[in-house]
Write a protein that binds this ligand. Structure first.
Ligand code: SAH
Length: 378
């Protein structure tokens, strides 16, 4: 028996292929040897490891292993993700998956190819409890945390799809709040760094601003990038758009962001979804610049992707450009993010939302606040 049980996502769902670390695989191979009464040499674990982490193949296809061992391993190390839907957009440069997990939960992963790199956006929870009104996942409510293996396997599957193009960057910006699932998310970070060889500077965790989680990140050995979904730089508006702000208000958030920057030396970025007449006025840009500048934060602007559950729309391209210009004129850094995969609904939670509309909603939708409309400044 293994002295340390492998942990799956939750009771009743077994561990999957990438939940196992090297020691777990050693123990598993030894256990298979015992139950089948055959001596299994220790190099078998190296062969299996190479299969899973270098060749990225199913245990059944690790042809250096004897057939009976392969079969026993394949049975005990099932894949976590079963492809439900795969959509390709931007002439093949964006691939989005909706995966079905062992318990029927649905999650999304997006692979994006750029000229100089390929990036995968992974989910960390099925659903999300943060209830940001404009976010399709927030509108669904929370199902459960993903296990480390379920997170890591999203990167593996994206790399399998990417073939010769190396998936060098991972952003934890899919469904869920990574810092509300801290331990499993961080174990995935360690696995991607240590076992898949990804550089910590190419890993980015995006959060609504869970202060204790950011503090833990600042104290980790591996310095990864921090992105905070800001969307408002005054507490009244942020309380509405990102409800966790009522618990972790802007002043405290700035403090912990500064701690992270000081401890890791990594760039801090703020995500800002521009919402027509809600947070896209010039005074919003001024407030944002004043908040971001002392932290040396980089602002990523993206027009809001409309979602069915929220009655407002993204800012016009002209307004987005003016907003960026205003931030820069105040000494801030801002980039207008190219939207990707709009035609395949590649915004957070949208693919699953579409599916749920067809199948009937699997979870109780959360109540989300409608936005306060403000008078435009122009
Ligand atoms: N919970 C984490 C990570 C997942 S969301 C976080 O909030 O950071 C990833 C990013 O997509 C966040 O910046 C989120 O605010 C943004 N987002 C969610 N819904 C969106 C929408 N409809 N349009 C534009 N951006 C959206």
């Amino acid at each position: 028996m293994m002295d340390r049980p492998l942990t799956g996502p939750q009771d009743g769902i077994g561990p999957s292929r990438y939940d196992a670390d090297r020691e777990d695989l050693e123990a598993l191979i030894a256990e298979i040897g015992e139950t089948t009464d055959t001596a299994v040499p220790s190099y078998r674990v190296d062969q299996l490891w190479r299969g899973l982490y270098s060749d990225l193949v199913d245990p059944n296809d690790v042809t250096t292993l004897p057939k009976t061992l392969r079969e026993a391993l394949a049975e005990r190390l099932p894949a976590a993700l079963v492809e439900d839907t795969r959509s390709v957009g931007d002439d093949g440069d964006t691939v989005k998956w909706l995966w079905r997990l062992a318990d029927g939960s649905l999650i999304e992963t997006v692979l994006m190819h750029y000229e100089d790199r390929s990036t995968v956006c992974v989910s960390t929870q099925a659903g999300c409890a943060m209830a940001c009104g404009f976010c399709a996942t927030g509108q669904m409510g929370f199902d459960r945390h993903l296990s480390t293996g379920e997170i890591v396997e999203q990167v593996i599957r994206a790399q399998m799809e990417a073939g010769n193009r190396r998936v060098s960057n991972v952003v934890f910006m899919g469904m869920g709040e990574p810092l509300a699932n801290y331990d499993r998310t961080w174990a995935a970070v360690e696995r991607l760094h240590g076992d898949l060889g990804l550089s910590a500077r190419h890993l980015t965790i995006s959060t609504v601003g869970v202060i204790p989680g950011i503090r833990r990140m600042a104290n980790e050995r591996l310095p990864v990038n921090l992105a905070v979904s800001l969307h408002a730089a005054d507490d009244d508006l942020r309380d509405e758009l990102v409800p966790i702000n009522r618990r972790y208000p802007l002043a405290d958030l700035a403090e912990v962001c500064a701690e992270h920057v000081a401890a890791t030396g990594r760039r801090l970025s703020f995500e800002w979804a521009l919402i027509h007449n809600v947070n896209d006025r010039l005074e919003d840009a001024d407030r944002l610049a004043a908040y971001a500048r002392p932290l040396g934060a980089h602002v990523n602007l993206i027009p809001l992707n409309p979602t069915p559950g929220w009655p407002t729309r993204g800012s016009s391209p002209a307004r987005v450009r003016e907003f960026a210009k205003e931030i820069r004129s105040r000494g801030g850094n801002a980039t207008i993010r190219r939207t990707r995969g709009t035609e395949i609904n590649a915004a957070c939670g949208q693919l699953r939302a579409d599916r749920s509309n067809v199948e009937g909603h699997p979870t109780d939708p959360v109540t989300v606040a409608t936005p306060k409309r403000r008078n435009p400044s122009r």
